[in-house]
Structures are given as structure tokens and as C-alpha cells.
Design a protein around this ligand. Structure first.
Ligand SMILES: [Zn+2]
Length: 384
């Protein structure tokens, strides 16, 4: 006889007594079949329950040919009467997410006629895919409507309609169904063929939070959280906001405005920095005009260093080598010589000073791992 599914009789059962009917070896340990169980096997997008049979840990639960198999590390003798207990926190969490998804999918189906075409229940969040787009503002309305449904605490209804009744029932389903169909109804919100486990009243979902939505596969992918997960999420967001609020001395509801102000100030300073750098470059160009070879150690942006080398080499009458950095992390270099050919020089420099880089014959860029003294000594030796 197939395993009796106590989770369908009462989804709030946490413990039960059962008789071990079969215990067989598997790849990872053992698989145990009982006469009855509250362990929900993985199926319909809902992960399985975990827990214990007496002291033995149940790691996985799968349905095979109508029977339910509990995976364990240790065997349990056939005929033993065991006390089973499921990991209730995990089960309640999964039922909250799953039931909340029904309510939201049902409401979206009613409003737009869209179908739920993909459902993933992950460790962190749940994603639901619909085959049509939903504007952001309307998602807010749906979220409010779904939460109102939670507050109203509607009871769940489960039925097995006859084929005739089923033919006229406007239920959601992922595939054509035949035979016994289990219909899960959240009155006024959703009618759906489903073999999963659910909370018994909408109030037990706790809260429904739509976190994000993005276009996917010609429709929309909604990320949502219910119950305890919604609380955990809002606590994390609250903590982030508290930290930002403290750092910027802004009220909790004015952190975005404070960050915007900071960004504007940063842009202004960056702009001023560019101006100062250009001024410095212009001054150096004037100072170095006609002075021959130049080795300049400066603290500049990469753009600034390139401009300095380009401008100085035009007028100094020799090569202009610009180095930025320090001995520890190395120096970036830009070297230019008007109408010159630096290829041989730079190749030797890279070899001697652990460097790399290259470019055009008259303009090269790269980096070296050497001290300022070593760099200056190399130039002294080669260029006098
Ligand atoms: Zn369901």
C-alpha cells in the first residue's frame, strides 16, 4: 500500500508515529519507506522536508512510484515503530513562501490573464516568472492587495473535483491534467491545481513583499519574500540604512538625498582637481621648454600623466618621461619624444627595471618595478 500522506490531512503536524516497512541501501546511505509520514517529498517546485526518525537524521525525501522514501545515513530495522519529527522552521518557511506565491500568482492571473511560467524557491529569495509585463506602479497595488488578503485571514480550501466539475472550473495549472486533480483554493485570490503543502489560513503567510521585478523571456521575473524571510530582509535593509544614516548624519528617511548631495560634491571636487592638474601641466610645459630630456616623478591621474608627457615633449627638445607611483607598488610610465624612436631604449629599460609596456615609436606607456634611484640611474647611463 502506498505511503499515507499525513501532511495532506494536516499541514501543521510536526511529529508522528509510523512503522518501518522497508529499508534499502542507496548510494549515499539508506532509504526508508514508512506506512505513513508527515515528511513532504520534493515536488511541484517545493523542496522536501528534513528532520528525524527517532535519532536518525532524514536528509532528503523523494517520491518514487507513489511511495515516499526517506534518505538517511543509518539503517532502521523493518517493523520498528519510529517517532518522526520534521524541521518545523523549514517547513513553515516553505509553506509561507509557497502559499504567498499562490496568492500573488492568482491575483496577477485574474488581473492580466498571465500565467506563472517559472517558479524557483531558493535559499534566499523566490522568483516567479510571468508571461507578460507588469508596470512598476501596478506591482505596488498587487503587493498591497496581496497583503490585505493576508490580513483578512482567509481559510484555505482543498478539493478533488469530479471531471465534470473540473471542466468548468477556472483553475490555473502548468499542464493538462487528468485523473484525480487536487485543487487548492484561496477563496477570492487563487484556484490552482497543486500537490504542495500550504498554510491553512492566509494570515499565517505573515507578510508578502515584492522585492524586485525585471524583464525576462518576454515577460517579467518577480522576486518575492514572505513571512519570516520578509522580516529578515527588512531588518537587513534597516541595518544598512542605519549605517548610512550614521555615516552621513542624515535622518533615516533622508539617506538617499544625503548620498546624492555627497555625489554632487564629489563631482565638483573631481572637476576642480582636473582644472588644477591642467594648470600644473601648463606650468610645467612652460618651465621645461627647451630644457632637453625630462624625467618627471609626479602624482597625477593617468590622463594627466599622458597629457603632461605629450605636451612637454613638444617643447623640451628631448624625451619626456613621466613616472607615477611608488617603489612598493611600482611606477607607471609614459615616455614620449617628438619624431623620435624609443623602441630600443624602452625595450632595454623594461629588461633592466622589471618592466612591461610599449606603444608607438615616439610614445610608449607601461610600468616598472624599481626605485626612483634605479630609474634615474638608468636614464643617466643611457642619456647622460
Ligand atoms: Zn501549492
Amino acid at each position: 500500500m502506498a505511503t499515507k500522506r499525513l501532511f495532506y490531512k494536516d499541514s501543521f503536524l510536526k511529529t508522528f508515529q509510523a512503522k518501518v516497512e522497508e529499508c534499502r541501501q542507496s548510494k549515499k546511505g539508506y532509504e526508508i519507506r514508512l506506512d505513513q509520514t508527515v515528511f513532504y517529498p520534493e515536488g511541484g517546485g517545493q523542496p522536501c522536508d528534513m528532520g528525524t526518525l527517532d535519532q536518525v537524521r532524514v536528509m532528503d525525501v523523494q517520491e518514487k512510484d507513489g511511495d515516499i522514501w526517506h534518505s538517511t545515513k543509518e539503517p532502521i530495522e523493518v517493523g520498528t515503530c519510529v517517532t518522526g519529527e520534521i524541521d518545523w522552521e523549514r517547513r513553515l518557511d516553505l509553506m509561507q513562501q509557497h502559499s504567498g506565491e499562490h496568492i500573488v500568482s492568482g491575483m496577477i492571473h485574474e488581473r492580466y490573464g498571465y500565467d506563472n511560467i517559472g517558479f524557483h524557491m531558493g535559499e534566499e529569495t523566490i522568483t516567479v516568472d510571468f508571461d507578460g509585463e507588469i508596470p512598476e506602479e501596478e506591482l505596488k497595488e498587487i503587493e498591497l492587495e496581496a497583503n490585505r488578503y493576508v490580513w483578512e485571514n482567509h481559510p484555505l480550501d482543498i478539493s478533488w473535483p469530479t471531471e465534470e466539475e473540473l471542466a468548468v472550473l477556472p483553475y490555473r495549472s502548468k499542464k493538462e491534467l487528468s485523473g484525480d486533480v487536487r485543487i487548492v483554493t484561496w477563496p477570492g485570490a487563487d484556484i490552482c491545481a497543486c500537490c504542495g503543502v500550504h498554510v491553512q489560513h492566509s494570515g499565517e503567510v505573515g507578510q508578502i513583499m515584492l522585492i524586485s521585478s525585471q524583464r525576462a523571456k518576454g515577460g517579467v521575473r518577480i522576486e518575492m519574500l514572505c513571512g519570516g524571510r520578509a522580516l529578515t530582509y527588512s531588518n537587513r535593509v534597516k541595518e544598512q540604512n542605519r549605517e548610512i544614516s550614521e555615516m552621513l548624519s542624515a535622518k533615516w528617511n533622508q539617506t538617499a538625498a544625503a548620498v546624492k548631495k555627497l555625489q554632487e560634491e564629489y563631482q565638483k571636487i573631481k572637476f576642480q582637481m582636473v582644472g588644477l592638474e591642467l594648470q600644473k601641466i601648463a606650468d610645467m610645459v612652460k618651465e621645461k621648454a627647451g630644457q632637453g630630456d625630462q624625467i618627471l616623478f609626479v602624482d597625477m591621474t593617468p590622463d594627466g600623466a599622458r597629457k603632461l608627457a605629450t605636451d612637454v615633449m613638444e617643447t623640451c627638445g628631448g624625451i619626456c618621461a613621466v613616472f607615477c607611483g611608488d617603489e612598493k607598488s611600482g611606477y607607471r610610465y609614459v615616455i614620449g619624444e617628438k619624431d623620435g624612436d624609443l623602441r630600443g631604449f624602452v625595450k632595454e629599460m623594461n629588461q633592466r627595471l622589471n618592466g612591461r609596456g610599449g606603444g608607438k615609436p615616439f610614445f610608449v606607456q607601461g610600468s616598472v618595478q624599481a626605485s626612483e634611484e634605479e630609474i634615474r640611474a638608468f636614464f643617466q647611463e643611457k642619456r647622460g
